[in-house]
Design a protein around this ligand. Structure first.
Ligand code: B12
Length: 228
């Protein structure tokens, strides 16, 4: 028993050492639901690196740690929920400072297919919005038909689909099939954990591109729209 406690203690110590200090500070602030402390950490990251990409990295790393901790029974569902809310609020306050003006934006839609993991979508949406694009949020837990119907109703040029579970990722194929049947020219960009774990999955499901994170998606949109 004593040995196990010592082992666990050493393991936690190692994990803390390996973590970036900003990630550790942000984790502590989120777990104690400290909104002001969370924002101070992210502002410090932004000031040191002068880019939103590093802010995004700290947010994503920390949310994954909290999610894994929840699965291991260390944190509560409420802590995950509140962490998401705090991240979203903080991003909404910080991103306008990075915002750029853009003329002739393509119409972009974003939604989570089938599953309910909405945190990644919120971050992607916030970044795309800050880059001056016109973006419509279709929500989460959407079926293939709902995704296609909304794409048509809003005359979307680029549809961004977020999925965090493999069965949902495989359903993207259904969106591609319907686009082809209806002869829609809408470009399809996918993202989320299954596409990060398997780098050729986006091609297998018929997407036009995948994005590893929110910051990466901007150049992908520009490239796909230019090519049309
Ligand atoms: C937090 C979390 C939850 C939270 C979700 C809270 C919420 N409101 O979103 C809760 C606790 C509710 C949850 C529930 C479940 N979860 Co969960 N969850 C996670 C966890 C730990 C982190 C996900 C997350 O929020 N990451 C932080 C965000 C910011 O990162 P992200 O989503 O990856 O997004 C970034 C990029 O991927 C990218 N991106 C995302 N979308 C898009 C879209 C585009 C177009 C682009 C370009 C980029 C992009 O940019 C984002 C910002 O950088 C993952 C583990 C993991 N490694 O991903 C498991 C995980 C996704 N969950 C999993 C599972 C199985 C479930 C449950 C079924 C069962 C369970 N364990 O209880 C339920 C299902 C809920 C449902 N119906 O959808 C599995 C999926 C496995 C699989 N292969 O299918 C994972 C991978 C855990 C695991 N290792 O088993 N989960």
């Amino acid at each position: 028993m004593g040995r196990q406690i010592l082992k666990d203690f050493v393991k936690v110590g190692k994990q803390m050492k390996q973590r970036d200090s900003h990630t550790q500070l942000f984790l502590d602030a989120l777990l104690s639901m400290d909104r002001i402390g969370s924002e101070i950490v992210l502002r410090d990251v932004a000031a040191q690196h002068q880019s939103f990409e590093d802010v995004e990295r700290v947010i994503t790393e920390t949310l994954v740690i909290i999610g894994d901790g929840w699965e291991a029974g260390d944190y509560s569902l409420f802590q995950i929920y509140m962490s998401g809310v705090i991240c979203e609020e903080t991003i909404a306050r910080m991103l306008p400072e990075f915002r750029i003006e853009r003329k002739n934006s393509p119409k972009i839609g974003i939604g989570v297919l089938i599953d309910r993991h909405a945190l990644g979508k919120r971050i992607v949406k916030a970044v795309v919005q800050a880059e001056g694009f016109e973006i419509f949020d279709f929500g989460d837990g959407l079926s293939v038909d709902e995704m296609v119907d909304k794409t048509m109703a809003y005359r979307i040029d680029v549809l961004m689909v977020s999925t965090l579970m493999l069965p949902s990722a495989l359903k993207v194929k259904g969106i591609r099939e319907q686009f082809d049947q209806r002869k829609l020219k809408t470009r399809l960009i996918v993202g989320g954990a299954p596409f990060r774990f398997d780098s050729s999955l986006w091609q297998q499901v018929g997407a036009d591109a995948d994005g590893k994170n929110a910051t990466a998606v901007i150049s992908i949109i520009e490239r796909l729209v230019d090519r049309q």
